[in-house]
Write a new protein. Structure first.
Length: 114
């Protein structure tokens, strides 16, 4: 079951609260905090889009740039032994270190349900 939604590059994680029968969402790929909720899927989707549009407009009125979804680049610090092991494993697979690490991250993220 997919527990996320995308709009304009913003990605939200969704949870369902059975006690109040409400879906709750949080944008997860920016550092600012954007929350929304709805009691139906249609209401949740509308609230997500409205929250993103409100967030963008709120930032504009304040003269600030809205936080953008992550660029896809980040630095990972490894020990020299880890670096060597990754480079060797990538070479054995016939791929680049970047592709090897990206595939490992994909597998790890899939275990979270995203």
């Amino acid at each position: 079951m997919k527990n996320s939604m995308d709009y304009k590059g913003y990605k939200a994680a969704i949870v369902f609260d059975p006690d109040d029968e409400t879906f709750h969402g949080t944008v997860v790929n920016i550092d600012d905090t954007v929350h929304f909720e709805g009691q139906s899927v249609a209401e949740l989707k509308r609230a997500f889009k409205d929250s993103i549009e409100y967030y963008i407009e709120f930032c504009r009125k304040r003269g600030e740039e809205p936080d953008k979804p992550y660029s896809g680049r980040f630095l990972v610090r490894l020990t020299p032994d880890q670096h060597r092991a990754v480079a060797q494993a990538a070479k054995l697979r016939g791929t680049s270190v970047n592709s090897f690490v990206a595939e490992a991250v994909d597998r790890a993220v899939q275990t979270t349900g995203l």
